[in-house]
Design a protein around this ligand. Structure first.
Ligand code: GTP
Ligand code: MG
Length: 180
């Protein structure tokens, strides 16, 4: 059984990484957030899978590339956050974040990725149509979820999926490359 789970949130600036973490912890949407919150540890007994869980924020404004690479290599699961109302932030998932993560993780250790579409309160249509081809292209993507830090929608689910991706990975069973 695993000792603990380390979840890292990355993604473009202003997509809502810090807001997501603070919404989870305080169960309300923070009007003002710092660029980055300190690492948070959730004790085992209040997590769904009963494993101590560390949640790590990233902000380009406060951290160097070197610090980011180090956090990537330490993470057990990485949430790539985009904003559903920001097309560029979706494009950066494949143009920037997935390649960067691949470069900074051990080739043999599969680090599951979760695509997180935040700010679902801002749009009427889901981003899933855009996201599904990406899901099919990268087997390391464990799942995707649309959420809203503002409405507190799917916030606890997001962190549950992240925990589950580490403790019960489905990856090896699901190999889209092998399909025609
Ligand atoms: P950096 O630290 O600069 O990388 O940004 P970040 O990804 O941590 O984003 P942050 O949490 O600072 O949020 C950026 C802005 O988006 C803030 O004004 C938030 O209030 C707003 N925001 C965050 N989540 C949501 C959401 O779910 N819905 C809406 N409408 N706004 C949000
Ligand atoms: Mg931030």
């Amino acid at each position: 059984m695993r000792k603990d789970v380390r979840i890292l949130l990355v993604g473009e600036s202003k997509v809502g990484k810090t807001s997501l973490i603070m919404s989870l912890v305080s169960e309300e949407f923070p009007d003002v957030v710092p660029y980055r919150v300190e690492e948070i540890t959730i004790p085992a007994d209040v997590t769904p899978e009963r494993v101590p869980t560390h949640i790590v924020d990233y902000s380009e404004a406060e951290q160097t590339d070197e610090q980011l690479f180090q956090e990537i290599s330490k993470a057990n699961v990485i949430c790539i956050v985009y904003a559903v109302n920001n097309k560029t932030s979706i494009e950066k998932v494949t143009d920037h974040w997935i390649p960067l993560i691949t470069e900074n993780t051990d080739k043999d250790s599969r680090v599951p990725l979760i695509l997180v579409g935040n700010k679902s309160d801002m749009v009427e249509h889901s981003s899933m149509e855009t996201i599904l081809p990406i899901m099919n292209q990268y087997s390391e993507i464990e799942t995707c979820v649309e959420c809203s830090a503002k409405n507190l929608k799917n916030i606890s689910e997001l962190f549950y999926y992240a925990q589950k991706a580490v403790l019960h990975p489905t990856g090896p069973l699901y190999c889209p490359e092998k399909k025609d």
